[in-house]
Design a protein around this ligand. Structure first.
Ligand code: NAG
Ligand code: NAG
Ligand code: NAG
Ligand code: NAG
Ligand code: NAG
Length: 553
């Protein structure tokens, strides 16, 4: 029934009395008015969305930024002793270098991560990606030996590495072609040694039956692994039986972890994505820790239980390596429900934490916010509380494009500091300011040649991290992306995997975030901790003038 018909009906019905007629006319008028108002409102909203999109997101008009406010790269190198001489460590005092950078095990105490003596340890990490991507292997092993890369990381001043994996890597544990680790030929020997070691571990297991992947990993197809049953290394010189050794993704992953911890670097293992590929797009199969609710749509399907078993499988070989300090349980959970996801995620994280603590109660559990790692307000009502206390570190990821959830204010690259810091406080800074729990900003980064938006975001972030003195992890070390050998503009290393970029980003990390490159003339960590001195972090006042309690900082 259209409006004309409706009006005719009303007219007919109301013609009986004059009074009725007047009421009818009013009804028609008000109906027209409501229709018109709805139409206007509708058009207004239709027009507002693209306008805001344009004003806050599309109309960025960013140019290449001037870095004049920073010293020249030459001066950065000179002033801050930014390491330009690669490999200093390997030729330096090895014993000194292998001292862990802090006293283990680590715990959390209010807003800090603390060492065995209760002194603050500030995690200053870099992300080393690749194992979670389509080649199943951390980047650079075709360019440098893993020990050299580990030494470079320590020379640059990082005390920890975030090492991502994909669930697909754990569940399929594929062979990794030698071209991806050509500078690590000793992986053949190492793999044979490790396999036999793993078998020993497996027998001395404290818990659980093996994951199906274990069969592939330890048993192999019968005689393809003649040496895996003995503790003897495989001698590839003289008698050539390398053809018997198949280096698998988990072999490489474990070897990289050991190379890092041998250099004294702490490792935070991270479940990055379900299907092995670059993270993170809108594909729901990879959006959260489980995807079985989607039915058979996903190439790699996993239940929550599978996700936890993958974790146990990845962590088990490192139970007795104290420098494997913990697990970043899942990268950037995101869903159309956005912030609504927290309670479910917190429950799952708690479950995984308890299961991992059954293997090693010392492990810290890093729990990222929802809405792509940005949002941790949910902690107020639903903190993650594993049975083992003082182990939870929350984690936020902050990029220039983050903040997309707020159409009104726009992404962080277009915000002023007041707006940016207000969001940071609201999303996660309150955990530090109110002395609730430590926060490790496990991902952030900017390109070597930033545009004005990138630089605006970067400068604001550096100021904020400086003020709240959060733990942090830069994304990323790698000079190339795995897919198509694409240049990684966020890299801190050149293509040789040994020369640091030493540009404005290193400068700020050194000047503002406490990064301190290794210098063999410095005393051993026994007397100086690389942990930034426990200083009183003064929170920035949020933009609206709301005061943050300072009492217990
Ligand atoms: C190490 O520190 C000493 C003393 O601060 C300094 O003179 C020297 O240049 C530094 N070396 C490097 C490689 O940074
Ligand atoms: C680093 O040291 C190792 C071992 O001494 C050596 O084989 C390698 O060539 C060195 N790399 C560089 C870049 O000097
Ligand atoms: C493998 O181990 C054997 C025995 O220790 C050694 O002779 C050989 O050089 C090793 N090969 C590699 C590539 O490290
Ligand atoms: C030794 O084994 C490797 C790997 O299978 C193979 O490429 C190489 O040709 C073998 N060398 C000899 C001398 O058989
Ligand atoms: C990637 O590109 C760099 C620079 O051109 C080159 O040195 C390197 O060999 C390439 N790697 C691969 C796997 O193609």
């Amino acid at each position: 029934m259209n409006n004309a018909e409706a009006e005719t009906d009303i007219e007919t019905e109301t013609s009986s009395t004059a009074n009725g007629k007047a009421v009818g006319r009013t009804a028609v008028l008000s109906r027209r008015f409501v229709l018109l108002a709805s139409l206007v409102t509708f058009l207004f909203i239709i027009a507002l969305v693209p306008y805001l999109l344009y004003r806050n997101i599309l109309h960025q008009n960013f140019r290449e930024a001037s870095l004049d406010s920073y010293p020249s790269p030459k001066k950065i190198i000179a002033k801050l002793h930014c390491p330009v001489k690669p490999n200093a460590s390997i030729t330096g005092n090895l014993e000194a270098r292998r001292q862990p950078l802090f006293r283990l095990p680590l715990r959390t105490h209010r807003r800090n991560i603390v060492d065995a003596r209760g002194e603050r340890v500030k995690l200053m990490s870099t992300n080393w990606y690749g194992a979670s991507d389509e080649d199943f292997v951390p980047g650079g092993l075709d360019v440098r030996h893993r020990r050299e890369i580990a030494a470079t990381i320590r020379d640059m001043g990082f005390n920890s590495v975030r090492l991502p994996y994909s669930d697909e890597m754990v569940m399929t544990n594929p062979d990794v072609p030698m071209k991806f680790w050509s500078q690590n030929a000793d992986l053949l020997n190492e793999t044979a040694r490790r396999r036999s070691h793993r078998r020993t571990n497996e027998r001395g297991q404290r818990t659980r039956s093996p994951l199906s992947g274990d069969q592939v990993d330890t048993d192999e197809e019968g005689n393809r692994q003649p040496n895996s049953r003995t503790a003897q290394p495989v001698y590839i010189d003289g008698k050539n039986d390398t053809s018997n050794i198949i280096v698998k993704a988990l072999d490489v992953f474990d070897a990289v972890i050991t190379a890092l911890t041998d250099e004294g670097i702490a490792v935070i293992v991270n479940d990055h994505i379900t299907q092995a590929r670059w993270c993170c797009d809108a594909n729901l199969c990879d959006a959260t820790w489980s995807n079985d609710y989607l039915g058979k749509v996903c190439r790699i399907r996993q239940t929550e239980e599978q996700w936890i078993q993958n974790w146990e499988h990845v962590m088990r070989p490192h139970i007795d390596n104290p420098l494997v300090i913990g697990a970043d349980l899942r990268n950037e959970n995101r869903s159309p429900l956005g912030k609504m996801l927290w309670a479910t995620w917190a429950a799952a994280a708690e479950k995984a934490a308890n299961r991992l603590h059954a293997l090693q109660p010392n492990w810290l559990m890093f729990v990222e916010g929802v809405a792509s790692g940005n949002y941790l307000q949910g902690v107020r009502s639903h903190p993650v509380n594993p049975t083992v206390a003082n182990r939870v570190v929350y984690s936020a990821h902050i990029y220039g494009w983050s903040g997309w959830g707020s159409l009104l204010k726009g992404p962080y690259w277009s915000r002023d500091f007041a707006s940016f810091s207000y969001d940071m406080f609201d999303n996660w800074g309150f955990l530090l300011a109110e002395d609730i729990a430590p926060v490790w900003v496990g991902e952030f980064g900017a390109p070597d040649r930033p545009n004005t938006g990138d630089l605006n975001y970067w400068v604001n972030l550096m100021s904020f991290l400086d003020e709240v003195d959060a733990d942090w992890g830069y994304w990323a070390l790698n000079p190339r992306k795995p897919s198509g050998n694409e240049t990684e503009s966020y890299s801190l290393l050149r293509d040789d995997w040994v020369t640091p970029t030493c540009d404005y980003r290193m400068y700020d990390m050194l000047a503002k975030l406490g990064l301190r490159p290794y210098n063999s003339t410095w005393p051993l960590p026994e007397t100086t901790s690389t942990a930034a001195p426990t200083r009183t972090a003064r929170p920035v006042a949020p933009a609206d003038g709301k005061q943050v309690p300072l009492g217990h900082l």
